[in-house]
Design a protein around this ligand. Structure first.
Ligand SMILES: *Cc1c(COP(=O)(O)O)cnc(C)c1O
Length: 408
């Protein structure tokens, strides 16, 4: 049980100014959403009785079927994780040369390409949706380009219409990294059926998890056949290997978790949406703190509570506010910082992405999900309000902390 801390009322109560931290235990971003434990344990018992632990087991088949039905797509090919799902799809679509992606994404989007000797070409994003800017995409197409990977960041769908038109115009493959977007829609249709394929991650920190896991969803029958071969060493029968493959199989225990969590999807979404609305209500009117908004006309998993800190109006930088929160044991996260284009393996690309750079120093992801309680959110928002209301005072205190402990 989390005990509810007293709400702080004076700036001197803030932990960066010497007050007691609001939370005795850290409050994390991305603690797993876990469905009905008894259902899960029952599935495990059945699995052990069957002694069928992996290799196209009954739970894997049921899981794939349910995901495909939920998303309204012909095929779901479940695999070990989202990164392997990306890699398999990249190979199955025979991408090569250059592929256009955002730099505002988890590094795996770029790694999956680079790992296969394909050059990720980083492209800038739209400052409101944080997804690929179609005009920048079109400008980045060269004779070497073979594909585009859009990322539905925070569950915001990319401008799928514009990206589809660009892909057609230039005969490019179009893939979506939908790791954030399970359960979200685009123009009323579930994410999962767009482009040549979409890739899901079921990592523990994602909205919906299978411990580790991922899937490729697609309406392309041939692609699905190739992916099924590739994830199982190219085996077409007991001892008939027809193509090169790897081991990307999802286990039965992961599928059991998936089936169980699918049964709680509505509860996860309801909780997340309630948290989202509470954050928006409690942060309304705080200068320089702009919550990233979801389109109320679309389905959404509300898994990410993201604020943009506008230093000029808040009087504090994102990093200063983050330090205030960490001192309270609120482990807010700056996502995708400093941008994939500024990470060691990709620095040599030397690209300039002004919008990405600006967003990378502004965004802060706050704790939500079924492990967080509404009283926790009240406390977090009060900390942010207090810090911004006394920004000068707080900034001085944060700088003094740095002088005492320069490595932070
Ligand atoms: C989590 C994530 C991945 C990687 O998924 P894993 O299942 O962790 O391998 C890829 N892309 C994005 C945008 C992600 O958030």
């Amino acid at each position: 049980m989390t005990r509810h801390p007293p709400v702080k009322s004076s700036v001197r109560d803030l932990a960066v100014l010497g007050g007691a931290p609001s939370f005795a235990e850290p409050l994390y971003v991305g603690r797993p959403n876990v469905g009905d434990r008894n259902q899960f344990l029952k599935r495990l018992t059945d699995m052990l009785d069957r002694r069928w632990l992996t290799n196209d087991g009954p739970m894997l088949k049921e899981f794939e079927q349910r995901v495909a039905t939920l998303l309204g797509v012909r095929h779901c090919v479940a695999v070990t994780n989202g990164t392997v799902a990306l890699e398999l799809t990249i190979r199955a679509l025979e991408l090569h040369g250059e592929v256009i992606i955002p730099a505002f994404t988890f590094v795996a989007t770029a790694h999956a390409l680079q790992w296969h000797g394909i050059t990720p070409v980083f492209c800038d994003i739209d400052p409101t949706t944080h997804t690929l800017d179609p005009r920048a995409v079109e400008a980045a197409v060269t004779p070497q380009t073979t594909g585009i990977i859009g990322v539905h960041v925070w569950g915001h769908p990319c401008d799928i219409g514009a990206l589809t038109a660009i892909a057609h115009r230039h005969s490019l493959r179009l893939l979506f990294d939908a790791a954030h977007a399970f359960g979200c829609s685009y123009q009323g249709e579930m994410i999962g059926r767009f482009g040549d394929a979409e890739v899901l991650s079921f990592h523990a920190t994602k909205f919906f998890n299978t411990f580790e896991g991922g899937a490729v969803v697609s309406n392309d029958d041939d692609l699905a056949t190739r992916l099924r071969l590739m994830r199982n060493f190219g085996f077409a029968g007991y001892d008939q290997v027809v193509s090169v493959g790897i081991n990307g199989k999802m286990t039965e225990v992961a599928a059991a978790m998936g089936l169980t969590n699918l049964e709680s999807l509505d509860r996860f979404i309801t909780t997340n949406q309630r948290h989202y609305e509470q954050y928006r209500r409690l942060l309304a009117g705080v200068p320089g703190i702009v919550p990233v908004a979801y389109d109320a006309g679309e389905r959404c998993n509300y898994q990410y509570i993201v604020i943009q800190v506008d230093e000029a109006h808040a009087g504090l930088s994102r990093d200063e506010l983050m330090e205030v929160l960490w001192a309270e044991n609120v482990h807010a996260r700056r996502y995708f910082y400093p941008g994939v284009h500024k990470m060691a393996p990709y620095l040599s690309h030397g690209v300039s992405l002004p919008q990405t750079d600006r967003i990378c120093v502004q965004v802060l992801s706050l704790p939500t999900g079924t492990a967080v309680q509404s009283a926790n959110i009240e406390t977090i928002c009060q900390i942010i309000r207090l810090a911004v209301a006394h920004a000068d005072h707080v900034r001085t205190a944060v700088q003094a902390r740095h002088r005492r402990a320069p490595t932070g």
